[in-house]
Every structure is written in structure tokens, then in C-alpha cells.
Design a protein around this ligand. Structure first.
Ligand SMILES: [Zn+2]
Length: 349
């Protein structure tokens, strides 16, 4: 994740404080806000309860650990007005959003609703032979130009998926782009976004003018957009920016936005423009830097000059590669392969 605090005064925050973990706060009619802690620099995730007929639908889960499970037990006991949980919706497969999907499904006898792409990614990440991702990452980092690949992985590798995620349900109800999902008496439109995750679901309720944004749009940090080794999407930043345009067209600027991190906000269209401008400026900057041919490793400090903690280096590398891939796709850069297999990026003639 990277900072993007410029111009945030333009956004209006109606809430100055989040609910403390284990409690719920009403943010719209029939919608409650929960927070769960995360053991990273980004130290929390927002989850949502949506009134669903006789009970509550959960949106996203928190990571799989004893602390989060204990907080869920407190929520079940004290924050549901004695009503049951009806189902689980997940915006995307990342550990903080889907980490407890299997546990919640078993514990409550409920089913998972998510997109095919996110469910498949989660199942795959759990099923992979241990070390598969390490080997792919080592090859990727070699091509990016890191001398000591093992050290880079050791320092920069995001914590393994398996260490943060419990079982992922074997079945799911499929959310697909444009579908209208009835939750309780209200219709929510599913809007698929790409670039941060393969098939990320946002949910928009026109009646409430309310957007559950997941990580597709965040108020204070720019959602991580990384190129990962062997990803089917080789231009995730192009996909991300296109998704922002689609979201802007689908959701009015008046919407109240519930993001997965930091505080709910108004000003969706302004925030989308900030994010677009941020990425555009970064792509322009690296195109200038590559007048002299550069490796990906040489471009990481151009975009990320501040010292990166353990959890961030891997994301910074992925994000740098996503910007380089965007510049190549847009024709601003050309990519060559050196004799040793390392990629060199050079401003296109
Ligand atoms: Zn995410």
C-alpha cells in the first residue's frame, strides 16, 4: 500500500472514529460497521453487517487468528440484537477479507457468496504445493534484477497466504458483474473491479446511495496494484484504472462510501480522480527515468523512496512492476531482455 494523502481535505469524512473491535456501529439504515485488527502497518480492516431479512449478512471476515475469532464471538453475542447470521459475502480473496470464510461458514452453518475469480484464487492459493509461490517469486525477482534473490524474498515477501487464511469453503454462490443481489428488502448491484484482485466485487445500493467499496477505492492509501509472477493479467494497472472509470460511471458522486480500510467517506468521484492522477504521474515519472535503460530493481526506489518495512517491500516491487508494465502497454517504454535474462526498460523511441 502506498500513501496518497494529497488533496484529501476535499473529501468529507462524516465519522471521526471507528467502532472499537468487538463492537458494531450503525453507518446507514440496516448497515453496521465492524473493525478487526491486522498485524501489519495497515493495522485494521473494516467489515460490514447488512440486515438480511430475519438476520444479518456479513461482508468480509478478517484474517484467521485466535484474536479475530474471539472478536467475532463477541459480535455474535452482543452486536446482532439476538438475530442470526444469514450468509457471508466476500469482496475478494485477500487474507484480511476471506481469511475466516471457512471458519465462519462452519461455525454458523452459512454459505459463501463471492465471485468465481476470487473463490478460485483462494482455493488455488490454499491448494498450491508449499514453495510454489517462492519458486515463482525467485524467478520473477531475478528478471527484475535483484542480485540476492533469496534475501529479497526473505525481506520482502508478503506473509504466506496459508499463514493468514483458514479453510476456504468448497462451494460458493456466484456474484457476477451487474447482477442485482437482494439483501433483506434492498437491491445491491455487484460491480466487478480488477487490478487490485482478479475479480473484486463492490456492492452498490441505490436506495441507500451506499457503496461497499472493498479495496477497490480507499480514502487514504492507494490500493495496492501489483504485477505478480505468472499472473493472467499482465497489465493490472491498466485494468485497475479502467475499473475506476467503470465504477465512476456506475456509482453517483453523491454515494456514501464504505471502504475496507480507514474511514467511510463522501467524494467518490474526487477520490477516483486522485487515484487516476497518482498512477498517471508515476507512469510518466518512470518513463523519464528510463531514458537510460533500467532494471525493475532500479525503479523501485524511484517510486518508493521512503524506507519500506518488511510487509511493504514485496508490494512495492509488485507495484513498481505494474507501473512498468502499464508504461510498456501504453507504448511509453520498451522492454528488452539482457543476456542474463534480466529485463531492461527503456523509453520508447
Ligand atoms: Zn485486498
Amino acid at each position: 500500500m502506498s500513501a496518497g494523502a494529497e488533496g484529501l481535505a476535499a473529501l468529507r469524512f462524516p465519522h471521526s472514529a471507528a467502532p472499537s473491535p468487538g463492537t458494531a456501529m450503525e453507518v446507514a439504515p440496516g448497515v453496521r460497521w465492524l473493525r478487526m485488527p491486522l498485524p501489519f502497518q495497515l493495522n485494521h480492516i473494516n467489515l460490514w453487517l447488512v440486515e438480511d431479512g430475519p438476520g444479518w449478512a456479513i461482508v468480509d471476515t478478517g484474517i484467521s487468528n485466535a484474536e479475530t475469532k474471539a472478536l467475532w464471538e463477541r459480535i455474535f453475542a452482543t452486536a446482532l440484537d439476538g438475530k442470526p447470521i444469514t450468509r457471508l459475502l466476500c469482496t475478494h480473496f485477500h487474507p484480511d477479507h476471506m481469511g475466516l470464510a471457512g471458519w465462519l461458514a462452519d461455525r454458523l452453518g452459512i454459505e459463501l457468496w463471492t465471485t468465481e475469480g476470487e473463490w478460485r484464487h483462494a482455493r488455488q492459493a490454499i491448494a498450491d504445493r508449499p514453495g510454489t509461490f517462492h519458486d515463482e517469486l525467485a524467478d520473477f525477482y531475478r528478471r527484475i534484477g535483484f542480485g540476492d534473490v533469496e534475501e529479497t524474498i526473505k525481506v520482502g515477501r508478503p506473509q504466506s497466504y496459508r499463514s493468514l487464511v483458514g479453510p476456504v469453503p468448497e462451494h460458493h454462490h456466484r456474484l457476477s458483474d451487474g447482477m442485482e443481489l437482494m439483501i433483506g428488502g434492498r437491491s445491491w448491484r455487484v460491480i466487478i473491479g480488477r487490478g487490485h484482485a482478479p475479480e473484486h466485487a463492490c456492492l452498490y445500493c441505490a436506495e441507500l446511495d451506499l457503496l461497499i467499496a472493498g479495496d477497490q477505492v480507499l480514502p487514504k492509501i492507494s490500493p495496492n496494484v501489483s504485477l505478480w509472477p505468472n499472473a493472467s493479467d499482465q497489465d493490472p494497472l491498466g485494468s485497475f484504472v479502467a475499473s475506476l472509470g467503470k465504477l465512476r460511471a456506475a456509482v453517483p458522486g453523491s454515494a456514501f462510501v464504505l471502504p475496507s480500510h480507514n474511514l467511510p467517506f463522501y467524494g467518490l468521484h474526487a477520490r477516483i480522480e486522485q487515484l487516476r492522477a497518482l498512477h498517471e504521474a508515476r507512469v510518466a515519472e518512470i518513463v523519464i527515468h528510463c531514458r537510460t535503460p533500467r532494471t525493475g530493481a532500479e525503479i523501485v526506489p524511484v517510486l518508493f523512496s521512503r524506507t519500506l518495512d518488511r510487509h511493504q517491500l514485496g508490494f512495492a516491487i509488485g507495484e513498481t512492476m505494474a507501473h512498468l508494465a502499464r508504461a510498456v502497454a501504453a507504448g511509453g517504454l520498451a522492454r528488452h531482455e539482457r543476456e542474463d535474462g534480466v529485463w531492461l526498460f527503456e523509453t520508447a523511441a
